[in-house]
Design a protein around this ligand. Structure first.
Ligand SMILES: Cc1cc2nc3c(=O)[nH]c(=O)nc-3n(C[C@H](O)[C@H](O)[C@H](O)COP(=O)(O)OP(=O)(O)OC[C@H]3O[C@@H](n4cnc5c(N)ncnc54)[C@H](O)[C@@H]3O)c2cc1C
Length: 398
């Protein structure tokens, strides 16, 4: 018997792959999924009306790399292929990404030609950043912050206006605090091994590629051939966890919603006891956790205080999400993915996504404003209200 803690996309996917391995190896492993709330999907939540879809968490998925292609295999297997809406390289949402600096929106270059031109707020064409990387001697390091790495290799402007806002867009965090090895491992390894990113890139282009053993589904092959930038799901991303949940149920996984696990007790090398909030206990042989690290910390605190401390040290940030809908005939926004705000601007918002440009079947103008992240408490205090966040979002989106 095995239990999966958490019914977000992480927990549901764990269930999907455990089932797959189970079926492939003819095991008869009994699976339980325990989710604290009455909903499976975690951060993924879509609100659908006839005119628009509001995404309250993620909205686009990257198809690139082995993990991206593997996800597309899973999506096809779940029967979701016809609901996929790709954003291809010539789509405005793929080409046009902006940053907000000094009360102005600036388009980031998206073509080779743009790299040779001067694009505000950068003081020089971006090609100079590549030159900077080529001439800068490399420094032997075990790890570094993303900000320090980018500043060293490409200069301060790239660190402030390109990479720091990008990190806010990916994980609502501060590039000065996040490990480069965690999010940009290949680039860091190129610096450490070859003396710079451009040098590493050149060498990798000429080195023989190790074969990728992943068998691609039709959908994954199509994404590769058509060079999708990202994709969304028509009708809302929530369809993805909904389908996964149904798949697990159909394959006899016991789905326990409204079941908060309060403690994990490792009894011996083969059994674990889970204490549920209701007072019940569940005894299993394996536990897979997909809950946030700080939540898991409190579950193991009593038996493993050292582990709990390490888990608590993993930062967790809060993002405020405000979806806005304007019932206009013409779009109120430029055709683009949206804009990000560099932390150096000291704004309460991290960025705005232009949903009506990225997602199909949206009438009017739909925007999502993301607020706070790493700076949430600093900007809004500990007890802010939804109304306060809404007012700030409307003011900033204007
Ligand atoms: C605003 C926002 C926008 C994002 N946009 C994108 C995007 O566009 N593209 C993208 O790829 N990624 C995006 N992400 C990231 C993506 O949403 C997450 O990586 C993903 O949803 C995390 O899934 P998870 O299952 O790991 O965690 P979660 O979704 O947090 O799920 C964890 C689950 O565990 C449950 N739980 C917690 N404690 C317990 C307990 N004690 N017992 C039982 N259950 C418990 C919770 O209720 C929750 O359901 C975004 C994230 C945010 C916040």
């Amino acid at each position: 018997m095995a239990a999966i803690l958490g019914g977000g996309l992480g927990g549901l996917s764990t269930g999907y792959y455990l089932l797959k391995n189970n079926l492939n190896s003819n095991n008869n492993l009994k699976l339980y999924l325990l989710e604290a709330t009455n909903y499976c999907g975690g951060w993924i939540k879509s609100i659908r009306t006839k005119d628009y879809v509001f995404e309250q968490g993620p909205r686009t998925i990257r198809p690139k790399g082995v993990t991206g292609l593997n996800t597309l295999n899973m999506i096809q297997d779940l029967g979701l292929s016809e609901h996929i809406s790709p954003i291809k390289p010539d789509h405005p949402a793929a080409r046009n990404r902006m940053i907000y600096v000094n009360n102005n929106l600036y388009l980031l270059p998206s073509s080779l030609k743009g790299v040779f031109q001067k694009n505000e707020p950068f003081s020089k064409p971006l090609i100079y950043a590549l030159y900077h990387d080529l001439k800068k001697p490399h420094k032997q390091l075990k790890d570094d912050s993303i900000y320090n790495f980018v500043e060293r290799r490409f200069g301060k402007e790239i660190a402030d206006y390109a990479i720091s806002p990008m990190i806010c867009g990916i994980c609502a965090g501060d590039a000065k605090e996040i490990s480069v090895k965690f999010l940009m491992k290949t680039l860091f390894e190129w610096e450490q091994t070859h003396g710079g990113v451009v040098k590493g890139l050149m060498k990798s282009l000429f080195s023989s590629k190790t074969g990728n053993e992943l068998v691609l589904s039709d959908l994954a092959r199509k994404a590769q051939e058509e060079k999708w930038s990202v994709y969304t799901i028509k009708g809302g991303l929530e369809m993805f966890p909904n389908k996964l949940q149904a798949h697990l149920k159909d394959n006899n996984v016991t789905m326990n919603l409204s079941t908060k696990v309060e403690a994990i007790e490792f009894v011996d090398s083969g059994s674990v006891s889970l204490n549920i909030q209701t007072g019940e206990k569940l005894s299993v042989n394996h536990v897979y956790s997909s809950i946030p690290a700080y939540c898991l910390a409190s579950l193991v605190q009593k038996q493993h205080p050292e582990l709990a401390k390490t888990l608590k040290d993993i930062p967790f940030v809060t993002v405020g999400i405000v979806n806005l809908y304007f019932a206009t005939q013409k779009p109120l926004i430029k055709p683009a993915f949206g804009f990000l705000v560099p932390p150096i601007e000291n704004s309460p918002i991290l960025g705005v996504v232009f949903d009506s440009c990225c997602m199909p079947d949206q009438n009017g103008t739909v925007l999502t404003v993301m607020l706070g992240g790493r700076w949430f408490e600093e900007k809004f205090g500990k007890n802010t209200t939804s109304e306060n966040l809404y007012n700030i979002a409307v003011k900033e989106a204007n």
